[in-house]
Design a binder for this molecule. Structure first.
Ligand code: NAD
Length: 356
């Protein structure tokens, strides 16, 4: 792997490899950009096929976090840890304590948070060794489960999309197809039903499905059929990469707005949605509620403040959609410009003070 070339191409600042003998920890921390503040990002544990695949994932996810934090108005940059291992069989307390020590050695340049394959408990172990970790259980004074905040942000984003297209932000009477009714999706369904929307859902987990269909007027369809449901909004709340050349031609919606990270398989899929006249709410803008909540821990967690900041997602999204319309560009491109402009402007101010 030509690592320095790779780091240059993606503008990464730092890539750190950690190995610990006793616990067999193999971890990689990627720090993309710290212009706005310390890099924040999840700890993902995954049985990667190769070290190259682990590096690629760390680089991709840390870059995405830079954009997400910038778009959410947070004073954080983007980072990511990946641990090479199977979260079902390989996890130990010793590994996360070792990781905590390593993260501490970065002196605050990177702040860890929960990610795919890791949990609150793992963050607790990291916290025993370093203060550079967020997303601690509420019982320990942390921000607790971020999912309710993510769902609130999605609702605000849906209102912004409706207001943008119709002039009214009311969700009453609209039809929404929700893909994935886990922690975020199920809360979203609950709120949509309360607002008088008609909801269709799909999930590969029958238990998750029965939890949401047992209450209110919620219809279930097969997990592949959800793409073709005729509706106002398609809301991806399960996996990344679901907007692609195979699925987009099947969509019968006016808006795509959901919680999943990295919804576009490729940037060109965002262009395709734009050409087809489907309004896409850029994922990292609309799903930032969870991160906003976690990031509040830096000031000493305050739920009311986290709620107020999450409510502002609606205004940010409206600004991005309006810019896209004015400039005639796809919404995902407008979101990137929005985030890049903030990094550039704040970065210039900070550098000018540093050199004074
Ligand atoms: P979750 O694991 O609780 O729920 C995901 C649900 O999707 C599960 O019920 C799962 O069975 C279902 N699913 C998986 N594959 C599916 C498929 N092919 N078709 C239909 N359903 C499928 O996850 P979550 O915390 O609700 O997060 C949902 C998405 O939102 C993820 O992409 C996550 O990265 C993203 N996200 C979550 C948060 C948060 O605060 N939880 C914040 C930002 C982004």
């Amino acid at each position: 792997m030509d690592l320095f070339k790779k780091l240059k191409a993606s503008s990464h600042e730092q890539l750190v490899f950690f190995r610990e003998q006793i616990s067999h920890l193999r971890a990689i921390v990627a720090i993309h950009d710290t212009t706005l503040g310390p890099a924040i990002g999840g700890v993902r544990m995954w049985p990667y096929d190769s070290e190259e695949a682990a590096v690629e994932d760390a680089l991709r996810l840390s870059r995405a976090m830079t954009y997400k934090a910038a778009g959410a108005g947070l004073n954080f940059g983007g980072g990511q840890t990946v641990i090479i291992g199977d979260p079902r069989n390989d996890k130990t307390e010793a590994q996360f304590r070792a990781l905590g020590r390593f993260i501490d050695s970065l002196g605050g340049r990177y702040i860890a948070a929960e990610g795919v394959g890791t949990s609150f408990n793992d963050m607790d172990y990291i916290r025993m060794e370093t203060r550079y970790v967020m997303g601690i259980p509420s019982s320990r004074g942390g921000s607790g489960d971020p999912s309710p905040f993510c769902a609130v942000g999605i609702m605000g984003g849906l209102e912004a999309c409706r207001a943008f297209l119709t002039g009214s932000e009311s969700l009453e009477g609209i039809s929404v197809a929700v893909q994935g009714v886990g922690r975020v999706g199920s809360r979203l369904v609950e709120r949509l039903v309360a607002e008088g929307a008609s909801v269709t859902v799909a999930d590969i987990d029958p238990e998750a499905l029965s939890r949401v269909t047992s209450e209110g007027d919620v219809k279930a369809v097969g997990s592949d059929d959800i793409y073709g449901v005729k509706c106002d909004v398609f809301s991806p709340c399960a996996l990344g990469g679901v907007l692609n050349a195979r699925t987009i031609p099947r969509l019968k919606c006016k808006i795509v707005a959901g919680a999943a990270n990295n919804q576009l398989e490729h940037e060109a899929d965002g262009d395709d949605l734009h050409r087809r006249g489907i309004l896409y709410a850029p994922d990292y803008i609309i799903n930032a509620g969870g991160l906003i909540n976690v990031a509040e821990e830096i000031y000493g967690y305050d739920e009311e403040r986290a709620k107020r900041k999450t409510a502002a997602i609606k205004d940010v999204l409206l600004e991005v959609l309006t810019t896209a319309r004015k400039q005639g560009i796809p919404t995902h491109a407008a979101a990137d410009r929005f985030a890049e402009r903030r990094i550039e402007q704040v970065g210039r101010v900070r550098r000018s003070y540093d050199s004074a």
